[in-house]
Design a protein around this ligand. Structure first.
Ligand code: B12
Ligand code: SF4
Length: 477
């Protein structure tokens, strides 16, 4: 049996300054030992028809985040129109939390949750309806109706999963890079999260459970990465739930002489409680840390159920600046923000010397508590705009003003004049407390010039944005 796995084209609303490998498809491909599998990354190669005609797959599987929903449905339809005999299946976050959205004439199977074990079972059972019904966590689609099999959210034994098959993305390898153009691999060391933030569905994917790989198995994968990979992005929900494991990993990375720039995600409470560990990791190659700062005020943090405080945020920032780790600060913009809130947010960025902030707009992703509580108030239901750039929820400010304020946050945070002023004040200002660090999160004037170019593009996108406009909307609600 020949299987084609597709990563859909990038949602045009998203900036294109990074491109990460489709780890989900590399995991699935690895689970299908002995079969002929190809990966088509349509963010790079848009020629669907040529690939279908050349490869002639028996089954096509596509992965879809919510913002890829419309595009993936369009692709599934094109496949069905081209060749009715091809079996089509879909998986990923949108399929997991909104499976009914894929009950369509051009879809045969829907996968809910992690599919490393269910996908090979499905392939083995194709053509045998009774066997298909025994596989957990799938939807079997027939004549516009669906049969959902039993839910089983037992976490998989991550150590027994094969290493993702990166040979299938070899031809795209030199196109995958992070925002500073490092050639990069994703690596997953755990799944799930013990926290319960209201805007996040990651913990729901495994019903709140948490599973980890051993440091030894992570080292095996690190060693297997292609030679040219310079950076590794840990794509876990929460890498640090088990601190001992990471101490051991850090020691093993050093012992094995692995020299990769590492990018991880960490909560601020983890950082301040485990400062020695982060210093150790810096010695093992940790360079960038994505930190969910989320807000400049405690009432927002409480609303998000983040279980952190502004004081913790500030402490973590100061510590990371001191040990020279670059902070990718995520600060959520609430649709309710007034001009004064935007002003306070920007002051927070200035005061804390955050030079690489991201400002995702609070988005009610399917599967989240936020989605449940706000779904009746959505101003847009087209999934193209669930991209963290547009507001799905009603904004307090007039939308034009809201997007102007949002753009302003980026323009001011990434202003070249800000960096020059900072350097100047570091030297000359008596207010050493205000300009407490030289660590500008790896931002330099040269890099800012590039970011500037992207900001201008984003500005024009937002300026000419008109809600509801979409290329293909197959959302039926
Ligand atoms: C790394 C990462 C990224 C990387 C890119 C990853 C990539 N390969 O494209 C970066 C940082 C660029 C990124 C960007 C974005 N991301 Co992101 N990202 C992640 C993260 C942390 C890990 C993803 C990962 O590598 N998982 C590892 C693989 C093994 O797991 P998986 O993807 O779930 O796949 C398994 C199953 O879902 C299933 N499956 C998946 N696809 C398929 C297909 C078939 C056929 C089958 C059978 C099964 C199947 O089987 C897989 C193996 O078990 C997740 C959090 C999370 N826990 O998933 C968020 C997450 C996926 N991102 C999210 C979002 C919203 C975004 C952005 C829109 C944010 C933004 N505006 O920048 C963009 C969208 C990018 C895009 N469309 O390409 C959301 C998606 C939620 C949703 N409902 O859509 C998540 C869940 C985080 C969150 N906030 O909740 N992201
Ligand atoms: S936002 Fe982070 S800490 Fe909160 S539940 Fe999601 S993964 Fe866990």
């Amino acid at each position: 049996m020949k299987i084609l796995l597709i990563k859909p084209p990038q949602n045009p609303n998203l900036t294109k300054n990074t491109l990460y490998e489709p780890l989900e498809l590399e995991y699935l491909a690895a689970s299908l030992r002995g079969l002929t599998v190809r990966i088509l990354d349509m963010r790079i190669d848009r020629n669907l028809h040529r690939n279908l005609l050349n490869f002639k797959p028996d089954l096509v599987g596509i992965s879809a985040y919510t913002c890829d929903y419309n595009t993936s449905v369009q692709i599934l339809k094109e496949i069905r129109l081209l060749d009715k005999s091809i079996i089509t299946v879909v998986g990923g976050h949108h399929a997991t939390f909104m499976p009914d959205d894929f009950v369509l004439p051009w879809v045969d199977g829907i996968f809910l949750g992690y599919a490393d074990t269910t996908f090979p079972q499905y392939i083995n059972a194709v053509g045998n309806p009774d066997k298909l019904r025994e596989i957990p966590n799938i939807g079997i689609v027939n004549n516009n109706s669906v049969y959902f099999t039993k839910r089983d959210l037992t976490p998989p034994d991550l150590n027994s999963l094969p290493i993702p098959d990166r040979s299938l993305t070899y031809e795209y390898r030199n196109k995958y890079h992070d925002s500073v153009r490092n050639r990069l691999s994703l690596l997953m060391t755990s799944r799930g999260c013990a926290f319960r933030c209201n805007f996040c569905a990651c913990w729901k994917l495994m019903d709140g459970k948490y599973a980890v790989r051993t440091p030894e198995s992570i080292i095996d994968e690190l060693k297997s990465l292609p030679e040219e990979i310079e950076a590794v992005y840990f794509s876990d929900d929460n890498t640090f739930n088990n601190i001992e494991r990471i101490w051991k990993l850090s020691a093993l990375i050093k012992k094995n002489g692995i020299k990769k720039k590492m990018q991880m995600y960490a909560r601020v409470d983890t950082i301040i409680r485990n400062q020695a560990l982060f210093e150790d990791l810096a010695g093992a190659g940790l360079q960038f840390l994505t930190v969910g700062i989320e807000s400049f005020r405690n009432s927002d943090l409480d609303f998000y159920k983040k279980k952190t405080t502004v004081e913790m945020n500030n402490q973590a920032i100061r510590f990371l600046k001191k040990i020279n780790i670059y902070i990718l600060a995520h600060i959520i913009v609430r649709p309710e923000y007034s001009k004064e809130d935007f002003r306070q947010l920007l002051s927070y960025v200035y005061e804390n010397n955050l030079f690489r902030p991201g400002f995702p707009v609070l988005t009610p992703l399917p599967g989240t508590e936020l989605y449940q509580n706000t779904r009746d108030t959505f101003t847009m239901t087209n999934f193209d705009f669930f991209d963290f750039v547009h507001s799905i929820l009603p904004t307090r400010l007039d939308p034009k003003d809201f997007y102007r304020q949002l753009t302003n946050l980026y323009v001011k945070s990434y202003a070249i004049s800000r960096l020059i002023r900072h350097r100047f004040n570091r030297l000359l200002s008596l207010n050493k407390e205000r300009y407490f660090t030289d660590n500008t999160d790896g931002v330099t004037i040269r890099k800012l010039l590039i970011v500037y170019l992207y900001s201008v593009v984003t500005y024009f996108k937002l300026r000419y944005f008109s809600p509801g406009v979409s290329h293909h909307s197959y959302h039926q609600k």
